[in-house]
Design a protein around this ligand. Sequence first.
Ligand SMILES: Cc1cc2nc3c(=O)[nH]c(=O)nc-3n(C[C@H](O)[C@H](O)[C@H](O)COP(=O)(O)OP(=O)(O)OC[C@H]3O[C@@H](n4cnc5c(N)ncnc54)[C@H](O)[C@@H]3O)c2cc1C
Length: 453
Amino acid sequence: MAHIAIVGGGIGGLPTAYELRHLLPREHQVTLVSDRSKFTFIPSLPWVAFDMTPLENVQLEIEPLLKWRGIDWVDGKVTHLDPEAKTLVAGDRTLNYDYLVIATGASLNTDAIPGLGPDNGYTHSVCNPHHAEMAREAWLKFEENPGPLVVGAVPGASCMGPAYEFALLADYVLRKRGLRDRVPITFITPEPYAGQLGIGGMANSGKLVTELFKMKQIEWVENAAVTEISPEDVCLSDGRRFPFKYSMLLPPFVGAQFLRDVPGLTDAKGFVPVLPTYRHPELPSIYTVGIASQLAPPEKTAVPLGVPKTGQMTESMGMAVAHNIARDLGVIKSAPVKPALEAICMADFGDTGIIFIAQPVVPDNKTRTRRRSIAKRGIWVSWIKIAFERFFMAKMQNGLGVPWFEKLGLNLLGIRLVEPLSEAERLEEMTHGSGSRPSGSRFGVAREPLQNS
Ligand SMILES: Cc1cc2nc3c(=O)[nH]c(=O)nc-3n(C[C@H](O)[C@H](O)[C@H](O)COP(=O)(O)OP(=O)(O)OC[C@H]3O[C@@H](n4cnc5c(N)ncnc54)[C@H](O)[C@@H]3O)c2cc1C
């Protein structure tokens, strides 16, 4: 009997737990550990910040979801991991594991820039439920006494989509309230050009977003390196200052503290390196899914920028990891798989939206091309995004990872979740499977800091 512990009850962790339970016979124990008792559908948090949906609508209490499904639940923050002893500490409990799936998402490096909020600074964020609630309360006050709005991201940020959503949703909400003429909006981005998105752009993404900005009278500043934020303005490295009454700036993401505390486990930012199967290169019992995993940006940019790990990429990592663990345990016989990292991603702007289909999200690093990339705009995107939120919540409510009908739908659209390893990748896995550790680091994975993230 094996014990599989999954840390993090979010978009990566919960579906992975469901998929593992689906694949593994009951003699194997599956435990989900999370520091929040509720699952949150993070992509809907910009709507929460504008009071367009209550937070409760996009949350589910985790414990009752697991109770009848044979998945154990530990409500606690993991503070210590010992990969050699295969133990982790959550609250006052120490858990032993045979396999560990790290799905801890993003920790926010708000110390990166003086004045970056919201906890100890002046800007808002929509990256977690608590911050989205803070952003909402401040937004309602801002509507009573509006002024300049500054939206965007600071150097090292990696998930630009929500910043675009926030700026364009703000325009939509302010127009509806008759306040738009009192709120100049400026979008500040570390991207080399608007619509680059941390992935070297995609189809006509640059044209689509800049057309929208022009149409909606939103000024934008590219290659912007925010260096400091005061209570009144955002300061860039070239000395330009942008006054604000309300500001939402996405912070850089880093890995969870307990991961960074283990010497040699992660890269300089706390992201966990992975082999094609999403197994750790030196620790065969550790797999990682979602934002916690390491993914190098496709190109170097003048201002540092990370690469986004979207919801669908995260789900495909979870599906691959569950398959590969079931295979390690001899439960399934087929070959190991890797996540295809293809994704459909929707951004809602209230009266319109943009859908991106990227196959894969990060272009091939030799040819710098993708198999397919599409970006389309229309009000129908907003409707699909609302429907998708409900679909995802229903899946989580009903204990489904990626059900067969979703796989079928994605297949019909030509989108893969997982795929076989190439010959070179199989070799890479075998080389690391030996567990040999180069000298100089405890697990031999203390790689160079990622150049650009
Ligand atoms: C504002 C915003 C909007 C987005 N919009 C979209 C979108 O429209 N479409 C899209 O495809 N993607 C979107 N994304 C990306 C998407 O949300 C992520 O891909 C997804 O949430 C990643 O899943 P995850 O499991 O890695 O992290 P999460 O979903 O954040 O889950 C991580 C979990 O781990 C828990 N945790 C962290 N540390 C510990 C610890 N020490 N101990 C125990 N538990 C811990 C956290 O509490 C959390 O429950 C958006 C992201 C953001 C921030």
